[in-house]
Design a protein around this ligand. Structure first.
Ligand code: ATP
Length: 220
């Protein structure tokens, strides 16, 4: 049987419990072999914002996943000569990893904008995609309304905490899931740090310590 690998892309500035709980739930529900967190060099939709250096974001990912045997971090986008698009990263991972089944993970907010992504039709037809709900998106019946009909027909609605069945894995699908709905965002964490509020319940202890040590997210 082909190995199943979840590829979780994002800015991760910083990685938080929302990401980690989603990754854990997907590992379990899809019987994944591992999750690969792939920090983006400069995500196309966030170019105007201040983003921590890729090295800080990678270090926090490594700290947050150090004790998780099936969670790994990949620097593939940070080492690319030019900022890659997701479809290119998945192609490179596929050729590096060989005959494995890649499942790209994205939150419901990213999925809402996916039609703006480079070659989104190819992304949603050639690879498996797992959409993780976020608070505010749970009961969104029209979550796929923005997709062309042939893409909508590839969607498998697993909301209600259902697991996929093995027949699904024969060809790529877009899985809509709601295993975790954790109201946490990296933006809220950066704001909390700036306002000197506790972030203990939002990030793992090593990440909180790293943010403090390197004085990340402090304006002055
Ligand atoms: P920011 O607040 O800076 O936009 P973020 O918290 O959304 O950051 P990202 O690093 O941009 O975090 O997210 C990477 C991926 O994880 C995206 O696809 C995003 O939708 C998803 N994601 C982030 N937080 C959650 C969450 N709480 N639940 C489910 N998915 C999430």
């Amino acid at each position: 049987m082909r190995q199943r690998i979840a590829v979780y892309g994002g800015t991760f500035d910083p990685i938080h419990y929302g990401h980690l709980r989603v990754a854990e739930a997907i590992l379990k529900a899809f019987a994944m072999d591992r999750t690969l967190f792939v920090p983006a060099f400069v995500p196309p939709h966030k170019r105007s914002q201040q983003i921590s250096s890729p090295f800080h974001r990678l270090a926090m990912l490594a700290l947050a996943t150090a004790n998780q045997p099936r969670m790994f971090v990949s620097a593939i986008e940070l080492e690319a000569p030019q900022r890659p698009y997701t479809i290119e990263t998945l192609g490179r991972l596929q050729s590096e990893l060989g005959d494995v089944q890649l499942f790209f993970v994205m939150g419901a907010d990213s999925f809402r904008d996916v039609t703006m992504w480079r070659e989104h039709e190819r992304l949603l037809t050639e690879y498996d995609v797992i959409v993780a709900t976020r608070p505010g998106y749970e009961s969104d019946k029209n979550i796929v309304a923005h997709l062309a009909p042939q893409l909508q027909s590839r969607c498998v609605d697993l909301r209600g905490c259902q697991a996929p069945s093995s027949e699904h894995f024969a060809e790529p699908h877009v899985y809509l899931t709601d295993y975790v709905a954790m109201d946490v965002s990296a933006t809220a964490i950066r704001e909390a740090v700036e306002q000197q509020q506790s972030i203990e319940h939002l990030v793992s202890p090593a990440v909180a310590a790293y943010i403090e040590k390197y004085q990340l997210y402090r304006k002055s």
